[in-house]
Design a protein around this ligand. Structure first.
Ligand code: SF4
Length: 331
């Protein structure tokens, strides 16, 4: 089986966008790949953060991974900072990566705008750390969203540089584009995100989900029930396509185009489908939240397995880059 790496940055509670856009597919991929799923906490440090909150979010993220169905019997579940070799490999890769490559990365340009008061070196170096996260496990495939494709391409360029200078250690990872390219926010903005406050958190109750869905943006041309609508441009219908049965989707298309259903009715159906999908996750999430010892055991084991794989790779790297220092004995 091919090896796969992916991860989530713990900067808040996980939401529907994280689930539908990534974790749901990761769960399916566990049977076809030798998967490593990380909580990439070093990445959360490139913006100003509260240390207590970071610790809390990492724990919640662990609980969410398990609640969503990531299975420690099938995959390695780990926390990035608990395998510090990620940062050591990043240093070697830094020394191979021209600054101009990093300045071209579109997400860096976006971040510079978003956090103009904190343009730190980590922000620029983020894609190199991401490359290290992937290649330290010699991952051959990486499930990515559209916005991460430039990062993966950069990782491949760095590998080519490493290979031409020092020889072959790392395979070039291939992207697997998820079935779901992008989950729009409930406010109609391009991406569902914690910072934009336009998301449904995985722990939210049906009532809380309804409170948000009932206010969500729909087809702007549809003011009243008698106006025919266009489901193809409505985010509520996009979510129906991911969560509702075919029968409900057909009812929405027919009722919306024919102006026989109101948006409120349509949103009620979506809330039902969403709650059906999320309620088992919610239940398991609170189960794990109350059992930190169980969570700790699972992730400590995953961290050890990940560290052993990373160590194997780094031994090869030390040999290639001239850090074996045989005169000191076995490294
Ligand atoms: Fe959107 Fe449903 Fe309203 Fe049509 S009926 S505009 S799909 S919310």
């Amino acid at each position: 089986m091919k090896r796969l790496f992916s991860g989530v940055k713990p900067t808040g509670d996980l939401h529907l966008g994280n689930y539908l856009g990534a974790i749901k597919q990761w769960v399916e991929m566990q049977d076809g790949y030798e998967a490593i799923y990380g909580i990439v906490d070093y990445h959360a440090m490139t913006a100003t953060y509260d240390p207590k909150e970071l610790e809390e979010y990492v724990f919640k993220c662990c609980c969410n991974y398990l609640a969503c169905g990531l299975d420690p019997e099938k995959s390695i579940l780990m926390i990035q900072s608990q395998v510090p070799l990620h940062t050591e490999l990043t240093w070697f890769l830094n020394c191979l990566t021209p600054v101009s490559w990093l300045e071209r990365v579109p997400t860096f340009k976006d971040k510079v705008q978003q956090q103009a008061d904190n343009i730190n070196l980590g922000l620029l170096d983020y894609p190199v750390l991401m490359a290290a996260d992937i290649i330290i496990y010699k991952a051959e495939v990486v499930p990515v969203g559209e916005d991460q494709l430039p990062h993966l391409e950069l990782a491949r360029e760095i590998i080519r540089r490493f290979t031409s200078q020092f020889g072959e250690v790392f395979p070039e990872p291939q992207a697997i584009m998820g079935k779901v390219r992008r989950i729009k926010g409930l406010d109609g903005s391009e991406k569902m995100g914690k910072s934009l406050n336009n998301c449904i958190y995985l722990y939210e109750t049906k009532e809380e989900i309804w409170a948000k869905i009932s206010k969500a943006v729909t087809d702007p041309a549809r003011i009243k029930k008698s106006d025919p609508g266009n489901p193809d441009i409505c985010n509520i219908f996009s979510l129906h396509k991911m969560l509702s049965t075919q029968e409900v989707q057909d009812k929405v298309v027919e009722g919306c185009r024919g102006a026989t259903i109101g948006c409120i009715e349509c949103k009620r159906w979506l809330t039902d489908a969403m709650d059906e999908e999320l309620s088992p996750i919610r239940e398991k999430y609170f189960y794990y939240m109350e059992r930190p010892e169980e969570v700790s055991e699972i992730f400590t084991d995953g961290n050890k397995k990940a560290a052993a794989l990373a160590e194997q790779t780094m031994q090869e790297v030390y040999g290639k880059i001239g850090l074996k220092y045989k005169f000191l004995g076995k490294r």
